[in-house]
Design a protein around this ligand. Structure first.
Ligand SMILES: Cc1cc2nc3c(=O)[nH]c(=O)nc-3n(C[C@H](O)[C@H](O)[C@H](O)COP(=O)(O)OP(=O)(O)OC[C@H]3O[C@@H](n4cnc5c(N)ncnc54)[C@H](O)[C@@H]3O)c2cc1C
Length: 518
C-alpha cells in the first residue's frame, strides 16, 4: 500500500514537472516569436535600415558604403550648404587608399585638389625635405597626399552618397535619440520646415562631429582642448614648391603653409589659450605680423603675409583630444570626431575615420538585417579592437608629435625637438620610416615605438656629446623621463595588448590595406 502510494506521488510529480516544462517552453517560444514579430513590425514601419546623423566626412562616406551593400540609409544633416571651415584640408596617402577602397577616390577630383609629396621642415634657419617613401612595397597605392578646400570635398561626398537611390539625404537637425530599455530606436529631428519628426531604424550612427551634442546621451567621454589653430588664406598666389607642406618649427609652436588650391595658400599656426590675441580688435593680425611672420623663412614670408595684408578672414579652431569609448547603449554606433579625436598636427582624422568605415562596413556586410541589437553590440566590440593598429598608431603619434613641436626653454624638451628635426632631415630609413607612419602607409604600433625610441636615443646622444657632462647626464635623464611621460599614459589608454599583439597589425594590413582586399 505504502509502495503504491509512493509510486502514485512520484508519477504525479513527474507529470506535473513535464506539463510545466512543456507549458514553459511553449510560452517562451510564443513570447520570442511575438518579440521578433514586434521587432520586424517596427522595422517594417521604418523606411530605413540605418539612420546617420550628420553628412560631414564620415556620415556621407558611410552612407555611400552601406547603401552600396544594399542598405536603405537615411542621412540627416543640419546644413547642406558647402561648409567653410578650417579643418580636414589634407588627405594622407593612407587616407587616399581608404577612399579608393570605398569607391570614393573620385571625390578628390574636380575640386582643384593639390598633390603633396611630403614635408619641407624648417628650424632655426635650416631646411630639410621629408618625402613620403616612394619605394614602400607594403603600400599598394600612389604615395602622395592631397590638399583641398574641405567644404568642396564634403559636397562631393554628399553628392556621391545621394546619387544612390537607397540613400535619403535630408536637411534637418537631430534633437535627440529615441531610447527604449537601453536600445536606441531612432531619432527625433526638426526638418527644414521646422516640423518635429521621429524616424526609426534598427541601427543609428551618430557622426555629428567634434562639437557633438548627441555623444553626451551615449557616454560620458569628454574632449580635452589642447590648443588653438589660427589660420587664413593668402589668395591668388603659388608657393615656390607647391607639392610640399611647409612645416616651420617656430615659437610658441609650429606654423604651416600649403597650397590648398591652384591659386590659394593656407597659412596656419598653433597658439595656446593663455596667449590668445583678439581677432576682432586687430591684435591677432598684429601678432601674426610681429611675432609669427619673422620666424617664417624668407622664401615663404611674402606669401605668409599676403593674406594678412589683404585683410583675409582669420579663423580659429580648437584642437582636441578624446580617447575612443564604447557606449553601453545598443542599436547605436558613434563614429568620427564624435567618437575619437587626436591633435591635428598629424592631419589624420579623416584617414582614421575612413579606415573605421571600411572596418564597420566589412563587419556589417554578412548581416541580412540590422535588427539584432545584441549582434550589433558584438560587432561594435570587434570593431573597437580591429581599428587599433590604425587608430592607436595615429592617436599616439599625434599626441607625441604635437608635444614635440611646442617650443620650450627647458633644455631637455628643446633637445627632443631638435632630435625630431634631425631625425626627419637625416634621410634614408629614418625619414622614410617616420613619413610612412605619418602618412598612414604603415600603421604599425611597434614601428611607431621603434622610431620614437630612436628619436629619444639620438636626442640623448646629442646632449651627451662631445663628452658626457653632469648637466648633460641630468638633461638626458629628464629627456628620457619626458618621452616615457609622453608615451606611457597614451599607450595605456589605447590598450597595450590590443596595440602590441603583432597579429592584430598584420591582420589589419592584410584585410584593409592589401591590393586585393574588399
Ligand atoms: C583644426 C583642425 C584641422 C584638421 N585638419 C585635418 C587634416 O588636415 N586632415 C585630416 O585628415 N583631418 C584633419 N582634422 C580632423 C578632421 O577634420 C575630422 O576628423 C573630420 O572632419 C571628422 O569628420 P566627421 O564626419 O566626424 O565630422 P564632420 O565632418 O565635422 O561632420 C559632422 C556633420 O554633422 C552635422 N551635424 C552636427 N550636429 C548635427 C545634428 N544635431 N543634426 C544633424 N546634423 C548635425 C554637421 O553639420 C556636420 O556636417 C582636423 C581637425 C581640426 C580640429
Amino acid at each position: 500500500m505504502n509502495m503504491a502510494f509512493t509510486h502514485a506521488c512520484l508519477w504525479t510529480l513527474l507529470a506535473f514537472v513535464l506539463t510545466w516544462t512543456v507549458f514553459y517552453v511553449t510560452n517562451r517560444r510564443k513570447k520570442a516569436t511575438k518579440l521578433a514579430d514586434t521587432v520586424a513590425e517596427e522595422h517594417k514601419d521604418s523606411d530605413a535600415d540605418v539612420i546617420i546623423v550628420g553628412a560631414g566626412i564620415g556620415g556621407s562616406a558611410l552612407a555611400y558604403a552601406l547603401a552600396k551593400d544594399g542598405r536603405r540609409v537615411h542621412v540627416i544633416e543640419r546644413d547642406m550648404r558647402e561648409p567653410e571651415r578650417m579643418m580636414g584640408e589634407f588627405m594622407q596617402p593612407g587616407g587616399r587608399l581608404m577612399l579608393s577602397k570605398l569607391g570614393l577616390q573620385d571625390c578628390l577630383e574636380e575640386i582643384d585638389a593639390q598633390k603633396a609629396i611630403g614635408l619641407a621642415v624648417y628650424k632655426d634657419g635650416k631646411e630639410a625635405v621629408a618625402p613620403f617613401p616612394v619605394e614602400n612595397n607594403n603600400f599598394p597605392y600612389e604615395p602622395t597626399g592631397r590638399c583641398f578646400y574641405n567644404g568642396r570635398f564634403v559636397q562631393r561626398l554628399r553628392q556621391k552618397a545621394s546619387s544612390l537611390p537607397n540613400v535619403k539625404l535630408e536637411e534637418g537637425t537631430v534633437k535627440s535619440l529615441i531610447e527604449e530599455k537601453g536600445v536606441i530606436k531612432g531619432v527625433t529631428y526638426k526638418n527644414k520646415s521646422g516640423e518635429e519628426i521621429t524616424a526609426f531604424a534598427p541601427l543609428t550612427v551618430v557622426c555629428d562631429g567634434c562639437y557633438s551634442n548627441l555623444r553626451r546621451s551615449l557616454n560620458d567621454n569628454n574632449a580635452k582642448v589642447l590648443s588653438y589653430q589660427v589660420g587664413y588664406i593668402s589668395k591668388n598666389c603659388r608657393l615656390e614648391e607647391p607639392e610640399k607642406l611647409h612645416l616651420i618649427m617656430a615659437k610658441p609652436s609650429f606654423a604651416m603653409l600649403y597650397q590648398i588650391s591652384s591659386t590659394d595658400v593656407r597659412c596656419v599656426f598653433e597658439i595656446f589659450p593663455d596667449n590668445m590675441p583678439s581677432i576682432s580688435n586687430g591684435e591677432m593680425a598684429t601678432f601674426v605680423k610681429n611675432t609669427i611672420a619673422p620666424q617664417v623663412p624668407l622664401k615663404l614670408r611674402k606669401l605668409f603675409l599676403k593674406g594678412i595684408d589683404e585683410g583675409a578672414q582669420i579663423k580659429t579652431m580648437p584642437t582636441k583630444s578624446m580617447g575612443a569609448t564604447l557606449s553601453e547603449k545598443k542599436g547605436v554606433i558613434l563614429l568620427g570626431d564624435a567618437f575619437n579625436m587626436r591633435h591635428p598636427a598629424v592631419a589624420s582624422g579623416m584617414m582614421v575615420l575612413l579606415s573605421d568605415i571600411l572596418i564597420l562596413r566589412r563587419l556589417l556586410k554578412p548581416l541580412s538585417n540590422l535588427g539584432d541589437a545584441n549582434k550589433i553590440s558584438e560587432i561594435i566590440k570587434s570593431f573597437y579592437v580591429i581599428r587599433k593598429p590604425m587608430s592607436a598608431t595615429v592617436n599616439t603619434i599625434g599626441n607625441a608629435f604635437s608635444q614635440v613641436l611646442i617650443a620650450s626653454t627647458d633644455e631637455a624638451k628643446e633637445a627632443m625637438r631638435q632630435g625630431c628635426y634631425d631625425y626627419l632631415s637625416s634621410g634614408g630609413f629614418h625619414t622614410s620610416g617616420l613619413m610612412a607612419l605619418l602618412g598612414g602607409m604603415n600603421p604599425r604600433p611597434l614601428s611607431l615605438i621603434y622610431h620614437l625610441c630612436l628619436i629619444t636615443i639620438s636626442s640623448i646622444r646629442q646632449l651627451l656629446s662631445p663628452s658626457p657632462s653632469p648637466l648633460g647626464i641630468w638633461q638626458s635623464l629628464k629627456l628620457f623621463g619626458l618621452s616615457i611621460q609622453m608615451l606611457i599614459p597614451h599607450l595605456k589608454a589605447e590598450g597595450f595588448s590590443q596595440m602590441f599583439f603583432p597579429t592584430y597589425a598584420a591582420a589589419y594590413r592584410k584585410s584593409y590595406m592589401a591590393t586585393t582586399a574588399l
